[in-house]
Design a protein around this ligand. Structure first.
Ligand SMILES: [Fe+2]
Ligand SMILES: [Fe+2]
Length: 191
């Protein structure tokens, strides 16, 4: 692991890089073929841990630090709720369901709109309002949360409190289920 970015990156660097990884993961999850399920599961995982950290740390910070913080973060939460509902529905039916590509495209559009608004209205303002040192510390908090955060969407885990209370419980549980699923796929020769 390279140490320098861990010390110099701020929370906006980390989250914007993840936005770009998520864009790439959507493109891979749309490809046909035997790798589609793995690509879909990777996309779900990226989205789940990304939003968990934003809900637990970034929106609360923006709410407190920005002049229009309450209005900006209320809009972001509404968008996240909409995307989470689409993601939960898609997670339940999986990549083999009828209409998968149509549902994936709808989810991708909702996530892209949301990410663009975060970057434009929230992240840029955070860089103006919050010290560089605090933004680097926030990056560390985001990384730590993502280390144990849930890897699947949980509808009611959607704000600072529920993420901080339920994240440490659901995260290990989800990761155990991910491992079991991976081992099953290996044993059946589809992994
Ligand atoms: Fe978000
Ligand atoms: Fe985001």
């Amino acid at each position: 692991m390279r140490i320098t970015p861990l010390l110099t990156e701020d929370v906006v660097d980390v989250l914007e890089r993840q936005h770009s990884q998520i864009r790439g993961a959507f493109a891979k999850a749309a490809l046909p073929g035997p790798g589609r399920r793995k690509a879909f599961e990777n996309l779900v995982r990226l989205l789940a841990v990304h939003e968990a950290a934003e809900e637990a740390h970034v929106h609360p910070k923006a709410h407190r630090a920005l002049a229009m913080g309450s209005a900006v973060t209320a809009r972001r939460r509404r968008e996240e709720k909409e995307a989470k509902e689409l993601l939960t529905a898609l997670w339940r039916t999986g990549p083999d369901c009828k209409g998968y590509l149509r549902k994936l495209t709808r989810l991708a559009a909702a996530v892209q709109r949301h990410a663009a608004r975060e970057e434009r209205e929230e992240f840029a303002a955070l860089r103006q309002a919050v010290s560089a040192r605090r933004l680097r510390l926030l990056a560390a908090e985001v990384r730590l949360t993502q280390w144990y955060a849930p890897t699947r969407p949980h509808r009611w885990v959607n704000n600072e409190l529920t993420n901080k209370l339920a994240g440490p419980l659901f995260g290990p549980l989800d990761r155990g289920l991910d491992l079991a699923r991976h081992l099953r796929a290996q044993l059946s020769g589809t992994g």
